[in-house]
Design a protein around this ligand. Structure first.
Ligand SMILES: Nc1ncnc2c1ncn2[C@@H]1O[C@H](COP(=O)(O)OP(=O)(O)OP(=O)(O)O)[C@@H](O)[C@H]1O
Length: 314
């Protein structure tokens, strides 16, 4: 059973077509990244998944149930970190977690949850004095109450410092290990790349693609650079490599001949990499290390959203 399934889901706010005809399936146990620039329709989609907003058209299933028919079942089994959580400034962090535990009638330990999100020592401090990052940590803790089957995190890294981002990443991985499905929206792409099995890219309300990060790479930018460390750069290596069909460029660095050098090979197809290594070895070099430089998710995202912004929207 899919954890999230949408069929032909659209949402109009008056003249704004916020979400257009979205078909999306997130399998149970996946860590799924939901990417898009500001105004792409990510929050509107999330709000429809949780029945906070009703679709204009289309059908949604969350953990096998229709959120319009059984919103309580969906909310009971789903932990949500929404964009802009409304806290009670005068209440301490611990009390917020206790209220969530009471609501779920759960036997979770609030201190253990606050510890998990890195708020040890701040449990009894009023939330009004919390920094943005501390509030985000608290909202994440509240989302974890009662061990949800599905975690929906809307821009979870917003306001977090590098330590907070690392904690978030660890928690996402731990939850995935427990079998929780994690759906996280973001425009902080390297975070998404670090934890997600698959990503969807939204722009102007339209779902442009769903793929693994590697799959996106193959589609959008098959070029990658193979960087070989060698004991010495043979004179014939560049020529031998250039003869290969899917090699687009060779760059040699043999500045420190005593200590070997590097050969960087631009490949237009990943299948040519082993042949390229073979050619270097045939030329007489010993390959001591192999690296691959791929385009970043950021570059792929820009390539997708730029090529989709071609006129008629809204
Ligand atoms: N309640 C609303 N009434 C009118 N328009 C809305 C409403 N909610 C969202 N929109 C519009 O729908 C579009 C999509 O907004 P949405 O908040 O879903 O995007 P987003 O991808 O979450 O953006 P961000 O990353 O900035 O949060 C935007 O044009 C937004 O102005």
């Amino acid at each position: 059973m899919a954890a999230i399934e949408t069929n032909g889901v659209s949402k109009r706010f008056d003249e704004t077509h916020a979400v257009r005809d979205v078909d999306l399936t997130v399998e149970s146990g996946e860590v799924f990244g939901f990417l898009g620039p500001n105004g792409a329709g990510k929050s509107t989609t999330i709000n429809m998944l949780l029945d906070f907003v009703r679709p204009t058209t289309g059908a949604i299933s969350i953990l096998g149930v229709d959120p319009q028919e059984q919103p309580r079942v969906v909310r009971r089994r789903t932990g949500v970190l929404p964009e802009g959580y409304a806290f009670y400034d005068r209440l301490p962090g611990r009390r917020h977690v206790e209220l969530a535990i009471d609501m779920y009638e759960s036997d979770d330990d609030p201190i253990a949850i606050l510890d998990r999100v890195g708020l040890t020592g701040d449990e009894d401090t009023a939330v009004g004095t919390y920094s943005k990052g501390m509030r985000q940590r608290l909202a994440l803790g509240i989302a974890l109450v009662d061990d949800p089957d599905l975690l929906i995190l809307d821009e979870p890294s917003s306001g977090l410092d590098p330590n907070g981002i690392r904690t978030l990443r660890e928690i996402v991985r731990e939850e995935a290990d427990y079998g929780t499905t994690v759906f996280l929206s973001s425009h902080v792409l390297d975070q998404v790349e670090a934890v997600c099995d698959r990503v969807a890219i939204m722009n102007d309300g339209t779902l442009l693609t769903v793929d693994t990060v590697d799959g996106l790479r193959d589609t959008l930018d098959p070029n990658s650079t193979l960087v070989l460390s060698v004991d010495a750069v043979p004179d014939s290596a560049p020529q031998r490599l250039a003869e290969l069909d899917r090699v687009d460029g060779v760059d040699v660095d043999s500045a420190s001949e005593d200590h070997g050098g590097t050969i960087s090979i631009t490949c237009t197809d990943s299948g040519v990499k082993s042949a390229a290594i073979g050619r270097v070895e045939e030329a007489g070099a010993t390959v001591t290390d192999i690296g691959v430089e791929d385009s970043s998710l950021e570059e792929l995202f820009a390539a997708y959203t730029d090529s989709s912004s071609d006129g008629e929207r809204r």
